[in-house]
Write a protein that binds this ligand. Sequence first.
Ligand SMILES: [Zn+2]
Ligand SMILES: [Zn+2]
Length: 241
Amino acid sequence: MKITFVGTGTMGCITRCNTSVLVDDILFDIGMGTIKQIERLKIYTKTIKYLVISHFHADHFLDIPNLLIGRGIRKEIENKLTIIGPIGVKKKIIELMNFTHSDGDEHKYDNIEEKYNIEFVELCNEEEYCTNKFKITALSLKHGECLPINGYVLEKEDKKISYACDTSLCDNYYRMCNTSNYMLSDVTGLKTTDMHMGLEDYKELYKKYPNCKFYAIHRADYSTKGINSVKFPDDGEILEI
Ligand SMILES: [Zn+2]
Ligand SMILES: [Zn+2]
């Protein structure tokens, strides 16, 4: 399995792109600039068969028109795209497409599934999506007042990889740590807030869950010098597992 850290930054981060992670052909989150970054890394959109959305904040969701319209221009639409997200993801994507590209026709994207060869999968807490290659389980997270918000546990090739962006500490987050081999999650700043985890949380978690490897994503521009217990991937970094 190949994990590509497409972007590892938070909004306002100067040195890195918005957080997005590609696991083989499954892309987690697609905020502003993700598609350009994918092209810069020479991955290209035809690699993406599954798009998994955590929530509808701009840094996780807003590059969808760039993906869908780009797939049309590059004649990639014959490849089906499965979009997995919280309840309401299809409606949100139609609203976003209408906002940016309706050109006055409010019904332009009523048939978005046929137009772009998309299958939508909406998951609430503890619901699963399975193929013959992997299983994804959605778990609700805690991100201030933001609802809905899903974290995901990907089970593939006898490994469990959790993606938790954005979140503060909550019961489902601990469940993920308890069962996962790899945790890729929100470490926005040094201190924890109601919206995000902080480096102070991560430095403790690795002691409590020694079987889980912690990767800090969705990071602001703070110094990580001298901290060896947590991995701080850079944009474009690849992890083969
Ligand atoms: Zn958010
Ligand atoms: Zn975010």
